[in-house]
Design a protein around this ligand. Structure first.
Ligand SMILES: CC(=O)SCCNC(=O)CCNC(=O)[C@H](O)C(C)(C)COP(=O)(O)OP(=O)(O)OC[C@H]1O[C@@H](n2cnc3c(N)ncnc32)[C@H](O)[C@@H]1OP(=O)(O)O
Length: 220
């Protein structure tokens, strides 16, 4: 069994660990989180600051996984660590359903009850959360999060870094731009631009990030 270092010891990390154990392909070697001030071993597993995981990762066969819910933070941590996508595990719960021709990038997790249908392409470092539905021929970029019970109809494109909120729906053929947020319960019936927050039924943008990291209010 391959060893795995998990980065992120919070709530999302605990859920990801459950997926890793259910999948049964990896053995946990370490949990890196900067909440730890020093390293220690518990039940043989190294716990410590992220930098202290380097000793385990010297073993080329050891995989890693960033279990951090924020899309931007996940990207920042991946950039800081500097490992290629191929070093990252893909974690898929055995009670998730994957259709034929589905591709999933390194560092992505598929939670229990999620359905990813024929030909969907999921980028690197994505979260397909509990009970989410990603229909046929969707194209998701990297660092995307599809929240629990959200549903994307067929042929939807989702740009890098976008968060589809709890229970949100997107009708077929739409494009949801990169680094946007579709609020909980929203229903997108038109394309949603990049770098915005859109809410409601039908979903309308309520905020745009005109500068990266800076949200400017602009009522639709
Ligand atoms: C396992 C897990 O836990 S996965 C986590 C999943 N979590 C989610 O899906 C949460 C998604 N987040 C949301 O829905 C948030 O409310 C957001 C991102 C849409 C907005 O958050 P913020 O940017 O903080 O906006 P804020 O709370 O200030 O709300 C701005 C306005 O939008 C409204 N609004 C916020 N969210 C929604 C929503 N989902 N639907 C409708 N209206 C909303 C607010 O009422 C407010 O309206 P007002 O200006 O008339 O008072």
């Amino acid at each position: 069994m391959k060893k795995l270092v998990l980065i992120g010891g919070g709530g999302h990390g605990k859920v990801v660990l459950d997926v890793m154990r259910a999948q049964g392909d990896y053995e946990l070697a370490g949990i890196g989180d900067d909440k730890y001030t020093h390293s220690f071993r518990q039940d043989g597993i190294l716990h410590g600051p992220v930098a202290d995981m380097a000793e385990l990762l010297q073993d080329d066969d050891c995989r890693l996984f960033i279990a951090i819910g924020s899309n931007r933070t996940r990207r920042a941590v991946m950039e800081r660590l500097g490992y290629p996508e191929s070093r990252y595990a893909v974690l898929i719960h055995p009670r998730a359903t994957l259709g034929s021709g589905v591709t999933i990038g390194g560092g992505s997790v598929v939670m229990p009850g999620a359905v990813i249908n024929h030909g969907a392409r999921i980028g690197a470092q994505c979260i397909i959360n509990t009970g989410a539905i990603v229909e046929h021929e969707n194209a998701l970029g990297s660092f995307v999060h599809i929240s629990p019970s959200a549903a994307l109809a067929g042929d939807v494109t989702v740009g890098d870094g976008t968060h589809i909120g709890l229970g949100a729906k997107v009708i077929e053929g739409l494009t949801i731009g990169s680094w946007s947020t579709l609020g909980a319960g929203a229903v997108a019936i038109d394309d949603i631009p990049a770098q915005c927050t859109a809410v409601g039924v039908p979903a309308k943008p309520i905020k745009f990030a005109d500068q990266p990291g800076q949200l400017a209010q602009r009522r639709a």
